[in-house]
Ligand binder design. Structure first.
Ligand code: SF4
Length: 228
């Protein structure tokens, strides 16, 4: 059994698969308290694998199943079984994660197709840095399709972006699969400060591109469309 906040079908609002229809399985609970968090996780229901898969099966015509949260890797035993079950059904499995619990990622990487990994910048999480965790996580995630996303806020500094770039470059440079697995870096403006952040976003994008990291500026589509 797992604590499930909600299961629903909608359009992916963030990252490289923005605009694709997905079934979202939102697992309850998170190990962080990001300053910009917009996920309200107050309620959950205990559900079995069979119940979750039955609900996913009630939807059709979608690109992939997004395992999201909170932080889905916190409930790793359930997640591992669910991902395996989804692969057996021929589903594409998409993991949205804060990119910290690398040991848990290693347990399920074989059954994940796409990883949307956040870099949690110190300015957004009370000054704590997770660079080492992110580096280890990305090393494992490179086995599959992965992109990295960071939320850019008023307090985000260029040093934080440079640190993120270094991690991506070091891992990509050391990876044997680099030729087929180029990592894109998504700069996501913090809602609702998109207008105020325009100059900073363009500056950060140029910093990335000039160092060989392809960066895209993508606001949250679901906020613009006012959908879930
Ligand atoms: S990791 Fe995601 S769900 Fe958890 S606090 Fe940060 S933004 Fe919210």
């Amino acid at each position: 059994m797992a604590k499930i906040a909600e299961i629903f079908k909608s359009i992916q609002g963030e990252g490289l698969y923005q605009g694709q229809e997905q079934v979202f399985v939102r697992l309850f609970g998170c190990n962080l308290r990001c300053s910009y968090c917009d996920t309200t996780l107050e309620f959950y229901q205990e559900k079995s694998i069979a119940q979750v898969i039955a609900q996913i099966q009630s939807y059709d015509n979608y690109h992939s199943v997004s395992l999201t949260g909170g932080e889905p890797l916190l409930q790793i035993d359930f997640l591992a079984e669910l991902a395996k079950g989804l692969k057996k059904l021929g589903k594409k499995v998409y993991l949205e994660t804060n990119g910290i619990l690398y040991d848990n990622l290693e347990r399920i990487i074989d059954d994940i197709d796409i990883i949307a990994m956040d870099f949690k910048l110190p300015s957004a999480v009370g000054g704590v840095d997770f660079w080492d965790e992110h580096r280890r996580f990305l090393e494992i995630a490179m086995e599959k399709e992965v992109f990295v996303k960071a939320v850019i806020g008023i307090d985000t500094s260029k040093d934080e972006i440079l640190q993120a770039i270094n991690i991506i470059k070091n891992i990509v440079g050391a990876s044997l699969v680099y030729a087929r697995n180029k990592i894109q870096f998504i700069l996501q403006p913090q809602n609702p400060y998109e207008d105020l952040l325009q100059g900073k976003l363009v500056d950060f994008q140029q910093v990335c591109n000039s160092r060989g990291i392809e960066a895209k500026i993508l606001p949250q589509l679901h906020k613009i469309l006012n959908i879930k």
